[in-house]
Design a protein around this ligand. Sequence first.
Ligand code: KIV
Ligand code: ZN
Length: 513
Amino acid sequence: MKKEKLIIFDTTMRDGEQSPGASMTGDEKLRIARQLERMRVDVIEAGFPAASDGDFEAVKAVAGIIKDSTVCGLARANEQDVRRCGEAVRNARSPRVHTFIATSPIHMEKKLRMEPSQVIDQAVKAVKWAREYTDNVEFSPEDAGRSDIDFLCRILEQVIRAGATTINVPDTVGYTLPEHFGGIIRSLRERIPNSDKVVWSVHCHNDLGLAVANSLAAVLSGARQVECTINGLGERAGNASLEEIVMAVRTRQDVFPCDTNIDATQIVPASRLVSGITGFTVQPNKAIVGANAFAHEAGIHQDGVLKSRDTYEIMRAQDVGWNANKLVLGKHSGRNAFKARLTELGIELPSDEALNAAFKRFKDLADKKHEIFDEDLQALISEEASEHIANEHYHLVSLTAHSETGAQPFAKIVVSEDGKEKPAQAHGSGPVDASFKAIESIVQSGAELLLYSVNNITSGTDSQGEVTVRLSKGGRIVNGLGADTDIVVASAKAYISALNKLHSKLERLNPQV
Ligand code: KIV
Ligand code: ZN
């Protein structure tokens, strides 16, 4: 029997970007968008164009380059947002406007301060404005999981009549349970007279760890679009993770009446790309994309797996893109080979100058590290890109760190600020602590360190360490990333990258606040 299609709607660059510190530059969004297209994602939600001029331009740029996926932007249900969104996506080969308004009693009363009838009017108007730009319009009743089902039926019937083509049902605060959420979708489809005119979609948050379970329950109740993110990135505890949805549906085709069009071998590269760009690393035991997801530690498991893989494996690692990190380049590789590999990875550098700068970084790395893998190239490009944010106000010139048993570690550092070199030194509880103190004595940011984490990019002791530093100042949270074979240097780079982001003052608006 021919299976129905399950549409995969990726919102890594919109909802994912609402995670504190996960904001992305336009170039980073283009890189992610290309990877999503390569993975054959059906709909890419590229951002919230009314958030900032930067986000408008980023969505427009994504709309300009993506050919095989629909490009979508988010808009609150007001004329200005919808028109801004319509303008940003209108040149896409396949554009979509996604507009939303809250429908739960608590949101209508306390956030919107609107009567239910006003909410319906506004939703209908928003859908009609959106239809002036495209006939592909999605509507979401925000906080549907806590909304009254009769009210949902009323508003959704009217927005469908106004021209919405996809109805997305969000569990905005991750409150529902699988049976309950599946029941909501079933009731809406059964009770709304024109429900067969639209595609039913779901958008689940993971506050109770149920985002994937709730989304799958909805699919079994007839939803044919799932909104999800790479690595489950997203507000608070995140969204349903794309890789888990795709692989659950694929692995349990005995249960699901539908399947996706995703090229699953692109999942691990996408996961690496997104964690590298956002600085949100993936926990080792994360399903599908965690480092241990396919590692068989226990002796009895190894024995079984050696005899026959399907004793303990329900999926094959290579089917989701593991082991694809081919040894690509080495010390003697030339500029053309480097450029060709970047192209294969979907990375296009904007100019010859940028290519030369990246190639120089590659050569420096190849001097320190024998074998350069795809992940090293991704990290190298992320670092190069993040240094260009804010025209790199601060730059690490040199670092000497000293640690010795029985002696107090210290670091000597030279940082350039707007091109002017400034030296400093400091002691600390370890070389990383000493380096951060030395940097802070120059920059005097007063920022609070919220997170410091180190990950190895590939395996082996010569691997590059990738460091994430999350800083908070004046209500803003930023993530900085740094990679190097020396983790003290990687840490200093990450700290400086976060300081550059704080300095850039790039501000964006969260659509739901
Ligand atoms: O969680 C949510 O309700 C959303 C909507 C804007 C779809 O992100
Ligand atoms: Zn959301």
